[in-house]
Design a protein around this ligand. Structure first.
Ligand code: NAD
Ligand code: ZN
Length: 251
């Protein structure tokens, strides 16, 4: 279930409709500073699990830390993990929740544009391994995805622009008229809630028809062949490192 609504409404409604033995919130230092204050008071007592931000931390070591904290807090299978962050936290926190004791409940609260329009939808979860991206993981659809554009207010503009590349991709593969509409405006002046709603509908439609990427889902890789090559080329160069969406825009 993907809900695009103010988090002050969607999160309390989700919690009221369920009963969990415990709750953990997974954050990185940026989402702890900027996003956690927006939800902290909406939650009952919970465990906060902080991971260092960045793709380089999407590792087995970070996953171990999450599993350790859940174990220390004696989570049983009726616990809930809330992943509050971008695609790194969502993919990794989701993977940890899906595998801890064969699966806890988990929800995604994506806080970057890229994770709101792409990573949080479709149930792909995982971590990088020995430098191989998303090498270890599972498919599991979260119990809810709660999206609120309010989180984008603190997102650095490069991250916002990177996510915008995926918005354009969704228009190009499925809705040419939307592309004509959005290209009339400067990318910074877009109505984010409208664009997120549009992108999520396209991604949900594709991923529900082909959840495990046997065929149709591959369309979501549109623009990614050269994009991934460009991204990988600059990976080892910390001065010129490109964000995912920046590499796509170069294609
Ligand atoms: N599961 C999928 O289907 C899927 C699809 C696309 C991408 N991904 C994955 O998503 C990851 C990339 O996600 P991303 O672009 O969100 O990167 P990210 O999670 O690294 O977030 C980018 C940066 O923004 C910071 N941040 C997040 N929210 C913020 C906010 N509201 N205010 C200020 N700072 C904030 C983070 O701390 C981080 O430094 C990759 O690991 C990729 O593999 C997964
Ligand atoms: Zn992409």
């Amino acid at each position: 279930m993907v809900k695009i609504a103010p988090i002050t409404e969607s999160l309390p409604a989700f919690l009221a409709a369920h009963s969990f033995s415990q709750i953990a919130v997974v954050v990185d230092e940026h989402t702890k500073a900027h996003c956690y204050p927006l939800i902290q008071s909406l939650l009952p007592a919970h465990t906060l699990i902080e991971i260092t931000s960045g793709e380089s931390e999407k590792t087995l070591d970070s996953a171990s830390l999450i599993w350790e904290k859940l174990t220390e807090a004696a989570f049983d299978r009726h616990g809930l993990v809330i992943n509050l962050g971008g695609g790194v936290i969502g993919d990794m926190g989701g993977f940890c929740a899906a595998t801890y004791k064969r699966g806890l409940y988990f929800i995604q609260i994506p806080t970057t544009l890229l994770s709101q329009v792409d990573a949080s939808v479709g149930g792909k979860l995982g971590i990088d391994f020995h430098g191989l991206k998303n090498h270890i993981g599972v498919f599991r659809v979260p119990d809810a995805v709660l999206i609120d554009a309010v989180f984008l207010k603190t997102l650095p503009w490069r991250e916002l622009r990177s996510g915008y590349a995926e918005v354009i991709k969704h228009c190009l593969i499925a809705d040419a008229s939307k592309w004509e509409e959005i290209r009339q405006k400067n990318w910074q002046e877009q109505d984010w809630t409208d664009l997120i709603t549009h992108s999520v509908a396209i991604k949900e439609n594709v991923t529900t028809q082909d959840p495990t990427e046997k065929g149709l889902r591959k369309i979501l890789n549109f623009g990614h062949t050269l994009g991934h090559a460009i991204e990988t080329y600059f990976l080892d160069d910390s001065d010129q490192r490109l964000l995912h969406g920046e590499a796509l825009q170069s294609e």
